[in-house]
Write a protein that binds this ligand. Sequence first.
Ligand SMILES: [Zn+2]
Length: 305
Amino acid sequence: MLPFKLAYHERYDLNLGAHVFPSEKFRLIHDKLLNDGIAEPDDFLRPEPATDADILRVHTQDWVQKLKTGTLTASEQMKLEVPYSPELVRAFWLAAGGTILAAESALQDGFGCNIGGGFHHAYPGHGEGFCAIHDLAVAIRTLQARHKITRAMVVDTDVHHGNGTAAIFGKDDSVFTLSIHQLNNYPAHKPHSTLDLNLEDGVADEEYLATLLPAVTKSIADFKPDILFYVGGADPYREDQLGGLDLSMEGLQKRDAGVFKQARAKNIPVVTTLAGGYARQLTDTIQIHVNTIEAAKHVAENQNQ
Ligand SMILES: [Zn+2]
């Protein structure tokens, strides 16, 4: 039994078929967590889709309407880079519900993990880079509206800059956004996060961790968030097809554990989401995401001792 809950729904699958985004990864991670004995069936919570009212705390009425009625323009469809389907829309609403559920559960247990989400490229009025709905922003706004939190921090370790997050919270002092990413990569336009850690091509474990971890320490100390949302991209991995960094699997797990330890040492609840992962071998992507949950487990257990 894990000391925290995992939000998961079998309809997280984005229904993409053959695509560089392996949308069956959610199910494969769920299955591996069980098969490896890291989690038990009772550790999983089944989210409801976010309500439209929750989605509309972040997204425009126009964008929500287009998604619900399948009336995206050709250019909106192109930017999104995943084929439209009703299943896709349902999956994004569920992912947002899952991140809300994981966040509520983190407030109770210290950790809450969504085995999905991390769609950090979605903007209020359009989607891009495989992201239609910004689940993290929806969860932050929803928890603020429920008066559960005031100040949130987003630590985004996906290899791609968190442009949607930066755009949504750019003028909002209640949310601190940190993005560590490869500079010469998608997205071309990178609106400013509160803190952007721009990495050159080919950065490996040591330099990555030496850049990220002290920045997280300082950001937590200065900002004092009520909750930390972690975007645990698997794509800084050296075998990633859409990334140009050189991290090892061990380096990625040190990254996860390093951030989690610091937040939990200050008693800050941690919400984890998956984000991207496009390794040549799908099993590597799955393993990296599973390792994030395992890192959370270790940090939670060592804390309780
Ligand atoms: Zn990415």
